[in-house]
Design a protein around this ligand. Sequence first.
Ligand code: GDP
Length: 461
Amino acid sequence: SAIADGVVRSADRLGDLVTGRAFEPVLRLGVTGLARAGKTVFITSLIANLIDRGRMPGLAAAQEGRIVAAYLQPQPDDTVPRFDYESHIAALTGPEPHWPESTRTISELRLSLKVRPNGLLAGLQGPRTLHLDIVDYPGEWLLDLALMEKSYADWSALTLQKLASRPEAAEYFALAQAEDADAKLAEPRAQALAATFTAYLQAARAAGWSDLAPGRFLLPGELAGSPVLTFAPLPPSKAPRGSLAREMERRFEAYKAQVVQPFFRDHFARIDRQVVLVDVLGTLQRGPAAVADMRATLAETLGAFRPGRAAFLTRLLGGHRVSKILFAATKADHLHYTQHTRLTQLMEALVKQAAERARFAGAETAAMAIAALRATTEEEREHNGTKLQMVRGRLLKDGRQAAYYPGELPADPSHILAGDSTLEGFQSMAFAPAPMTLRPGDGPPHIRLDRAAQFLIGDRL
Ligand code: GDP
């Protein structure tokens, strides 16, 4: 009955007060990055390594043996999809390990950590509990922030200007130029334009471009086919009432108000720590134009973490801010460890400009090269009298074992950024995931995931 429920609930709360549970701190960790950057693998491996303790020597609390327990709990947000940890870990640890399904939308999971205090308090206090709420969301959604300050006309002009020089956009560009935007709205026209524009975004992603806004066009989820996703940029026009152009403008505004703003309000504004994952190696392999584009996109992404970036965001944040941001170049297991420093330096250089602004705003930032799940082992081989430092793994395509030498990253990352160094012959290889249970002595099943965790949450454990 209602009364009994009420009694039980207040008794619960009393219990919480007595045991101190009412004051258990919560830390919200945002995990983002563009599609295929490695978000799903990162979160799955982070949770597995925290629950299955002993493989995180770089995480001080783990090394000191202070993490007494780590367990999954129901998340606090009932309407957000749950991060499907169980399926993902099953994919990675099954008899035939395979990569889990990638992030398609926002999801969340609560990992609770019971930790013994260190230092002076060690003998005086029992274990404390920290709830780590991990929020996984597509990096593409951050790019939508730029739309918030633009009118439909401005956005159209800027987008079409960019599309004019991209071969993938030729079909949409021609379609948009030929369209009579002032004609009376006919839904099939709007749908044809949106479909062709979406096809361009898909082709652009496949070609390695990073700037793929509006973010929901590629990962629409339950919004697929709805009017908020049935718009596209059009050349300037008078846009009389009832015209195609006027309706496109209305839908653009609806996208901002009903899709972008709620994400920033309900999720982004509550994040305490953030990791931005970047597939630096994958981008390098696509050449200088892809690198330049990724750099610009990263700067844009980081703009979201800069207070004062957008008036509406400042209002939503109400003084709350992300205090630490980690930029991690993923899949570092494609490189022999002797090149990891260079990969880190490249990651640093890529975000330098953007990171400086964020630091100015009070957030601590760091760059690292990591592999959330190591799929290779290291190997040195003689080749024509020189020693090559290679990695070896099982190929995804046919299951064969192969050794791989991707070439050498330049010592000075500015060569890559300037487009001078195209890293010819740098071909990334797709390796199958190695079984998560490596033999003792094989080393940890990840590369610097523990350091990443130390930077992101170590100070709270
Ligand atoms: P998401 O789209 O950001 O969720 O990306 P995923 O986590 O699904 O990763 C995309 C793909 O990148 C995976 O299917 C793997 O092929 C690869 N990948 C991700 N993390 C690693 C890693 O640590 N090592 C290796 N070798 N490959 C990885």
